[in-house]
Design a protein around this ligand. Structure first.
Ligand code: PNS
Length: 175
């Protein structure tokens, strides 16, 4: 009995807990980065996954988004950045992950996120979505509002990581 219990604990210890943080990230914001840093403290590995949201028109292409995220997460050892063209649950099966991380900014996010969490759980009942509340200072940030500010020449300091401000401004100016 004691041995069985020990074997159980040991398996749980050695099993890597990989969480997926999916999104459009067009571009990554300080709110996203905060969720990534906090998730990296909780899970063994966090994969930031750039996915196609068919309802959104992009500013950056998928590879550019991946590069921007890599640039601002390079110091986080257990964070990887990838992209995928398909269903999130299929990617998760390939990676042996069962946990989706999502950030919740306000009650207005709830319905959209609730639907997605239920859909993903319907597509694969092994998959669970864990929500992290966005820090109050970032609760008003969204990639779309930042793009709007940038397109019209407003200041985006403090909204996206400093290292990518110029890239976002340049891309928005050339729209
Ligand atoms: O940052 P977003 O745009 O709110 O993220 C939405 C995203 C990309 C996570 C969602 O559109 C998605 O999961 N796309 C991949 C296709 C998929 O798996 N859809 C099923 C869930 S509705």
């Amino acid at each position: 009995m004691g041995k069985q219990l020990f074997a159980f604990i040991d398996t749980r210890r050695t099993k890597m807990k990989i969480a997926i943080y999916p999104g459009s990230f067009d571009p990554i914001t300080n709110g996203h980065l905060d969720i990534i840093k906090r998730s990296a403290k909780v899970f063994d590995e966090v994969i930031v996954l750039v996915l196609v949201n068919p309802n959104k028109k992009g500013l950056f292409d998928i590879d550019e988004r991946v590069k921007l995220i890599e640039k601002v997460t390079s110091s986080l050892e257990n964070v990887k950045v990838e992209s995928y063209n398909g269903l999130l649950v299929d990617f998760m099966k390939e990676r042996n992950s069962r946990v989706i991380i999502k950030g919740l900014r306000a009650i207005s996010d709830f319905e959209y996120e609730f639907q997605m969490a239920l859909m993903n759980n319907k597509l694969d009942p092994n998959v669970e979505t864990i929500f992290m509340m966005t820090r109050a200072e970032y609760s008003y940030l969204s990639s779309s509002s930042i793009k709007q500010v940038a397109v019209f020449g407003g200041c985006i300091k403090g909204l996206v990581p400093d290292e990518i401000i110029n890239e976002v401004l340049l891309k928005s100016k050339n729209l």
